[in-house]
Design a protein around this ligand. Structure first.
Ligand SMILES: [Zn+2]
Length: 263
């Protein structure tokens, strides 16, 4: 046994013992299975849950959007941008709107600031323990944190997204090269321009997998060029006082791909 694997084996024995001690009688079985199969076993239930969702990002994305659908669009909420500290608003349309971060719609402790639903032990989204009350110290679901990371930096998850497409370019159908890039099918500037008033849970799908595709770099450069041209002519049209909004709706709005949350 090499020094590294000896170190790992020793560490895993200690981590397993620590995990066993901290593990409650009820714990999601798939999470435990996942934890015990890691090269480095997570030493706490909370870390086991986080590790699980990191490894199941696409499922986390579906779940977070399904939970958001359960919350629905808060009353009197609209998607706005802003830079004021404490406003909960994002400065750019590139960030997914998050109403529950805005003070007016904050659901308080024990509720997820991403989806608005109650959070239970270890950041889990279902009350497996029958406690009847959310975990007052929690502000987000572990699944929603994983989803958020995908939404705001999808390029970091290119590996999972490539696998989802069986390593084929979403535009050309050819094999994806190592330099392939993540693209929003409907670009986010168009989401802001044309879908701003869509219901909030539906909006999230534009950041999630329904709107994400991996394309080869050459295709991506071409698409970005077309989009830049379209934005420029739209700006010009607005300056000229003609209809500012093109009625190009050839790309259907993505399916919110709901999940029953049974993960
Ligand atoms: Zn959540």
């Amino acid at each position: 046994m090499s020094a590294a694997s000896e170190w790992r084996a020793e560490r895993n024995v200690a981590a397993r013992a620590r995990l066993d001690r901290a593990l409650p009688a009820i714990f999601p079985a798939p999470v435990l299975r996942h934890a015990l199969s890691r090269p480095l076993i997570p030493p706490t239930p909370r870390l086991a849950v986080e590790s699980y969702w990191r490894a199941h990002l696409l499922r986390a994305d579906r779940l977070a959007r399904a939970l958001a659908t359960r919350s629905g669009t808060p009353e009197n909420w609209s998607w706005r941008l802003g830079t004021e500290k404490g406003s909960g608003l994002a400065a750019t349309f590139r960030m997914p709107p998050s109403p529950f971060r805005e003070p007016a719609h904050d659901r308080g402790k024990g509720h997820c600031c991403i989806c608005g639903q109650p959070v239970y032990r270890f950041g889990w989204h279902r009350d497996l323990w029958g406690s009847g009350v959310p975990n007052k110290n929690a502000r987000w679901h572990a699944a929603c944190v994983a989803a958020w990371k995908l939404w705001v930096a999808p390029s970091d998850q290119v590996k999972a997204l490539k696998a989802r497409q069986r390593h084929r370019c979403a535009a050309s159908g050819k094999r994806l090269f190592r330099t392939a890039e993540v693209d929003h099918r409907v670009p986010l500037y168009r989401v802001w321009r044309e879908h701003r008033d869509d219901p909030w849970p539906t909006l999230l799908a534009f950041w999630g997998t329904p709107n994400l595709q991996v394309v080869n770099r050459v295709v991506h450069v071409e698409k970005c060029g077309l989009e830049a041209g379209e934005r420029a002519s739209s700006r010009q049209a607005m300056r000229l006082g003609t209809a500012g909004l093109p009625d190009r709706t050839e790309e259907a709005a993505p399916d919110p791909a709901l999940l029953d949350g049974s993960a």
